[in-house]
Design a protein around this ligand. Structure first.
Ligand code: ZN
Length: 247
């Protein structure tokens, strides 16, 4: 069984389609870690695509804000503008779908899935000390998380937390990490639609359950086409520009 894990698509249909095309036929089930919408120009298209694609999904903070489950207090002005624009565009049925998304953790195929942290769906895990509680408390040895838009994650061997190092060879589509039986993991597939780890390519992961291996993929896509649609929609310039830098 191979599981496609995608997160933080953020209404970027071009990145999502490029990612799906690159790994077509290489997975059997798909999971989404939330932030289906927000920032990007294609909210309806992406909601409908994700809905038809996934076996399991958890909600992200943008999905909650857009669908009115949470307020906009924690959002900066640029993110807030994106939420309001997205809300104005979404068809009622797609808005209802976002409202219906469950909070993590969701368990499937022996893994746990969350948007932010294990205990708090809105918390960001950037550093080892932030990762430790989740590594200790998750119901599963391997938990996938999103929210930071940074591909990689953390492992714990019972003594210390280490960052999962990804070495993507030039020309390769993915870096593979072997899941060791005695360790616990918090793994981030990265963001499909708005990477922030200095690599602007769409990011996602494929977990191979039998081989105990996770592939961390990067796929180029037509960033300029997405930027054009964002400009037409009147998106803040900072949001348009950051796609090209992956920051
Ligand atoms: Zn996000």
């Amino acid at each position: 069984m191979r599981l496609l894990v995608c997160s933080d698509v953020h209404a970027n249909a071009t990145a999502l389609e490029a990612a799906l095309q690159a790994c077509a036929g290489l997975w059997e089930r798909a999971v989404c870690l939330g932030d289906v919408v927000g920032y990007g120009p294609d909210p309806n298209e992406v909601v409908e695509r994700i809905r038809s694609l996934v076996s399991a999904i958890v909600r992200g903070n943008h999905d909650k804000a857009v669908s009115g489950i949470s307020d906009l207090e924690d959002f900066n002005p640029v993110a807030r503008a994106a939420v309001e624009w997205t809300r104005s565009q979404l068809f009622p049925e797609n808005l209802r779908y976002l409202q219906s998304l469950p909070r993590g953790p969701v368990d499937i195929d022996g893994f746990a899935f969350v948007h932010g942290a294990v205990e708090d769906e809105d918390e960001y895990i950037f550093a080892a000390d932030q990762a430790l509680p989740g590594l200790l408390e998750s119901r599963r040895p391997v938990t996938f998380f999103g929210h930071t838009h940074i591909q990689g994650g953390f492992s714990y061997d019972g003594a210390r937390v280490e960052r999962v190092e990804l070495s993507l060879m030039p020309g390769a589509s993915f870096a593979a990490v072997n899941v060791e039986p005695k360790k616990r993991y918090l793994l981030n597939p990265g963001s499909v639609g708005q990477p922030r780890d200095s690599d602007p390519r769409a990011a996602f992961a494929i977990a191979d359950i039998e081989k105990r291996r996770v592939e961390f993929w990067r796929v180029p896509y037509d960033i300029a086409a997405v930027q054009d649609r964002m400009e037409q929609a009147g998106a803040p310039e900072a949001l348009v520009l950051r796609l090209a830098f992956g920051r």
